[in-house]
Design a protein. Structure first.
Length: 291
């Protein structure tokens, strides 16, 4: 008995350059890059379109990390965001070997000048100064320029009597800038304090991950602290803490849910609800200031 000819399977291309991919002689269809993604939480393979605009896993509700432009599109009214303080005058303050090249590569990859985008926008028609940290730019690490942009944002908000909302996403201080990075904690904290003393609202929204010096300073200095579901929030890593105190920590240690239970944050807000919750808080503050 003869065998039938086997049909061609769909070819999965490599992630190399398009020109280096093999060409199928039978013109078999190929799967484009980015069509599928693997959820870091439940390990399920998810069709990218099924994640939706909010980039949330349909199986376990894991919130994928967002680029700053996607975050702004999700929260701000259409075409209402105006970026401020686009600069790169602080490049390599310690002349750290290879740092300039690494930073240039991050700029080319993300299209950003630094690990945070700052500006003014409207959320359901309520104006606010908004900062969005981007973990895709050197893991959102806090450089001298990041600290400068956040400080300027708070100063601008103080001059214009506006609330501030900052979406944090950071691996902490940027090692290539050493003490210059650590100094930003005190610098930004002072700007936050002056803004607060003027009776103005500051809302940090903690996203995955928020760690290190960012957690130890402006991420936890807000009037109302929000977080996304499942976000990792802490200072040192879980393994480092366990080795230091010689105790085993809970499985959900440093998650947003754990921090809410222990009073470190005020509310966990899923992405589909974030814009409405922020608008409600801005409305309440607007009403209070207007009295």
């Amino acid at each position: 008995m003869g065998f039938s000819r086997r049909k061609s399977y769909i070819k999965i291309p490599s992630r190399n350059d398009q020109s280096k991919r093999p060409v199928d002689k039978n013109n078999a269809p190929t799967i484009p890059d980015g069509m599928w993604q693997k959820c870091p939480n439940c390990k399920q393979t998810v069709l990218s379109d099924d994640l939706g605009d909010n980039k949330v896993c349909p199986h376990c509700n894991y919130h994928f990390r967002l680029a700053s432009k996607d975050r702004l599109a999700m929260v701000c009214d259409h075409d209402s965001f105006e970026e401020l303080f686009v600069d790169d005058t602080i490049n390599n303050p310690l002349d750290f070997p290879g740092y300039a090249d690494k930073k240039k590569a991050a700029q080319d990859k993300t299209g950003l000048d630094e690990a945070i985008v700052t500006g003014v926008g409207r959320i359901l028609n309520y104006p606010a100064c908004i900062g969005v940290m981007d973990a895709h730019f050197m893991m959102g690490s806090m450089s001298a320029m990041v600290g400068e942009k956040i400080t300027r944002l708070f100063e601008y908000a103080l001059d214009h009597r506006m609330p501030v909302i900052i979406f944090t996403a950071s691996g902490g201080a940027r090692m290539q800038e050493g003490i210059m990075s650590l100094m930003q904690m005190a610098k930004v904290s002072q700007a936050v304090a002056q803004h607060s003393q003027a009776g103005l609202l500051y809302i940090p929204v903690l996203t995955d991950p928020t760690t290190g010096g960012v957690t130890a300073s402006f991420a936890m200095q807000g009037d109302i602290i929000l977080a996304e579901p499942g976000a990792m929030i802490g200072f040192a890593g879980k393994r480092v803490i366990e080795q230091t105190i010689r105790q085993e920590l809970p499985e959900n240690f440093q998650t947003a849910e754990h921090q809410l239970k222990h009073g470190f944050i005020d509310m966990i807000v899923p992405r589909w609800k974030m814009q409405v919750v922020l608008a409600e808080l801005l409305y309440l503050h607007h009403q209070e200031v207007g009295r």
